[in-house]
Design a protein around this ligand. Structure first.
Ligand SMILES: CC(C)(COP(=O)(O)OP(=O)(O)OC[C@H]1O[C@@H](n2cnc3c(N)ncnc32)[C@H](O)[C@@H]1OP(=O)(O)O)[C@@H](O)C(=O)NCCC(=O)NCCS
Length: 243
């Protein structure tokens, strides 16, 4: 087996077994972050690495192995190859649902859980449970810059202990905010001076009847609210893969 960089022509003739895996280049750490594994000129695996503009502290990694060639060490070899292509000495990370083989693969590589994300699917009818207090009002009644600043502050401290934000992260974070949230369903609580005490953003995701309530168990405000919504769905873990 040998590795070579992924070429643009590989994307136009990408094998069907890569479907669902976006083979995008890293946008800000160089182009040498995508590779294919070959056996007798046949592509048997693709692997990519990329960094987030918001965090930049770890490389996300995704590897797909041809279904007929799995459990032969090719996935492990692909991760090792990508590790050698890193421009910065950062660890790798991935995420998957707890019962997904992708996590078993990551665990076999020595993965360490860095965050747990509980089930997130709820319905918009559950929103009343989140705005029981009259001090909580719709986000669209408040100046947008105030909401953006609060969103950035919350994001910064909920990630500070396990994946700190990078410089100028706030602009990237808020770039599409107003296209992504339901400003009537999202709630904010302010004090007498207008300082934001609490913010609950509702993100639009297709069907208005259904919402995803996304958060991390390390956020002390998240679990009590989650328990009131009683969402359904699958748990997933974010893991760091040591290099
Ligand atoms: C996950 C994936 C990349 C693994 O590729 P692979 O070439 O089979 O991986 P390896 O042979 O290197 O497996 C190394 C170890 O990971 C674990 N592992 C891999 N696939 C597993 C599975 N389906 N179930 C349980 N454990 C698994 C095992 O411990 C395995 O060692 P073993 O075969 O000696 O038991 C492959 O199944 C795949 O392409 N899946 C779909 C895409 C995907 O989920 N990618 C995410 C990867 S970050």
């Amino acid at each position: 087996m040998e590795f070579r960089p992924l070429r643009e022509s590989d994307l136009t003739s990408a094998p069907a077994w890569t479907a669902g895996h976006e083979l995008r280049p890293d946008l800000w750490r160089g182009e040498h972050t995508r590779a294919v594994a070959l056996e007798t000129d046949e592509i048997v695996a693709v692997g990519i690495m990329w960094t987030s503009r918001v965090h930049g502290d770890r490389y996300w990694v995704d590897v797909v192995v041809h279904p007929a060639h799995r459990r032969r060490g090719i996935g492990t070899a692909a991760v090792r190859h990508l590790t050698g292509l890193r421009a910065a000495p950062l660890p790798l990370m991935t995420r998957a649902y707890v019962d997904d083989p992708a996590l078993a693969f990551a665990d076999a590589l020595g993965a360490r859980t860095i965050q747990v994300v509980p089930p997130a699917e709820s319905t918009t009818t559950a929103r009343a449970a989140l705005r029981a207090d009259p001090a909580a009002i719709a986000v669209d009644a408040v100046d947008r810059t105030v909401i953006e600043a609060a969103n950035a502050r919350i994001y910064e401290w909920t990630h500070a202990s396990w994946s700190p934000v990078g410089p100028a992260f706030a602009d990237a974070l808020n770039e599409d905010l107003w296209d992504e949230i339901d400003t009537e369903a999202s709630s904010v609580v302010g004090d007498a001076t207008g300082r934001v005490l609490a913010l609950a953003l509702v993100y639009l995701d297709g069907e208005i009847a259904d919402v995803e309530f996304d958060g991390h168990v390390s956020d002390p405000h998240f679990l009590p609210v989650l328990a009131r919504l009683q969402p359904t769905g699958r748990w997933f873990r974010l893991v760091e893969i040591p290099v």
